[in-house]
Design a protein around this ligand. Structure first.
Ligand SMILES: Nc1ncnc2c1ncn2[C@@H]1O[C@H](COP(=O)(O)OP(=O)(O)OP(=O)(O)O)[C@@H](O)[C@H]1O
Ligand SMILES: N[C@@H](CCO)C(=O)O
Length: 291
């Protein structure tokens, strides 16, 4: 038996829709894999009552199929599903890394990314790599059709998860079909700033580069209290705030010493809107770890 810890992730970071992703130092899923004649799945932990154990409906089932690696897979969820924190992707990433090692398959971590992305297709209908890439590789990742570029960094973050639910499918329906060229130019500039900020380990530049006039405004409408939470985070010292993944988590970049104050301010703002939430004081961290 092998045990793998795969981290939560935040995709998009505002200006990098369907391209940027970061691994978070916490929370994480713990996945245990043992060889079996056919794949069976057991799910416990946060939100497990909403996660199917049928291998055809769980992201880890598609990964076991793609690797031709039947196994009994136990998933202990530390990441709530439909959170915007790459919950379904973390399980897929853990399964890909764990089953590769269990069956001695000859894949690099980079080659496991498209395999784990097949798991994401089970959930959202499309094989996105922007969550599975950082969950496998760690750090900041840029996912394009040509492959993944990865940078190790450790920008401090606060991820504030309200008890409400937004499914990735719903959040993709509100993405505009057409965009204004001025908004494209602004977004390209922000994405470039964010990338340089990640490479330099500069939270100021990362925060500034998270602004996005194209996708985030439409998705913010799906999150009650969003504007007040962003304002509260900024007033407490956040350098930038945006929707994490498809939401409803709201994520703030900041300096390490400001995380506690920012987390409290975000929780208070959600509470003002009568919404219970949980704040993770986290940072950009490592990819999946095998124990
Ligand atoms: N192993 C798994 N872990 C979590 N959710 C799973 C898993 N397998 C299937 N699902 C299903 O995936 C859906 C949640 O995935 P979704 O992509 O909407 O959320 P997320 O992974 O938290 O967010 P995001 O991709 O926006 O960061 C739920 O319907 C859940 O039942
Ligand atoms: N890039 C994806 C991440 C969620 O899977 C989205 O924002 O829809």
């Amino acid at each position: 038996m092998l045990t793998v810890r795969a981290p939560a992730t935040s995709a998009n970071l505002g200006s990098g829709f369907d391209v940027f992703g970061v691994a978070l130092s916490r929370p994480a899923d713990i996945v245990r894999v043992s060889k079996a004649d056919e794949t069976t799945i057991e799910v416990t932990g946060t939100g497990s009552e909403y996660i199917p154990e049928d291998p055809e409906k769980n992201t880890v089932g598609a990964v076991a199929e793609a690797l031709d690696a039947p196994a009994h897979i136990e998933i202990d969820k530390g990441i709530r599903p439909a959170s915007g924190l790459g919950s379904s992707a973390a399980s897929a990433a853990a399964a890909a890394v764990g089953l590769r090692d269990l069956y001695d398959r000859d894949y690099t971590r980079e080659e496991l990314v498209p395999i784990a992305a097949e798991g994401e297709a089970v959930v959202s209908g499309e094989a996105h790599a922007d969550n599975v890439a950082p969950s496998i590789l760690g750090g900041f990742t840029v996912a394009t059709p040509d492959g993944i570029t990865q940078v190790d960094t450790s920008i401090p973050l606060v991820a504030c998860l309200p008890e409400t639910v937004v499914s990735t499918r719903d959040a993709r329906r509100v993405v505009p079909d057409r965009v204004d060229m001025n908004d494209v130019v602004e977004t390209v500039g922000n994405a470039a700033s964010l990338t340089v900020g990640m490479c330099r380990g500069d939270p100021e530049l990362v925060g500034r580069g998270m602004a996005d006039p194209m996708v985030t405004p439409a998705r913010a409408e799906l999150i009650d209290g969003y504007d007040a939470v962003c304002l509260a985070a900024r007033e407490a010292g956040a350098t930038g705030v945006t929707v994490s993944g498809a939401g409803p988590t709201v994520i703030a970049a900041c300096r390490a010493g400001d995380r506690r104050a920012i987390g409290s301010a975000m929780l208070d703002a959600f509470a003002e809107a009568d919404i219970t939430a949980r704040a993770f004081r986290t940072r950009v961290g490592e990819g999946a770890t095998v124990y």
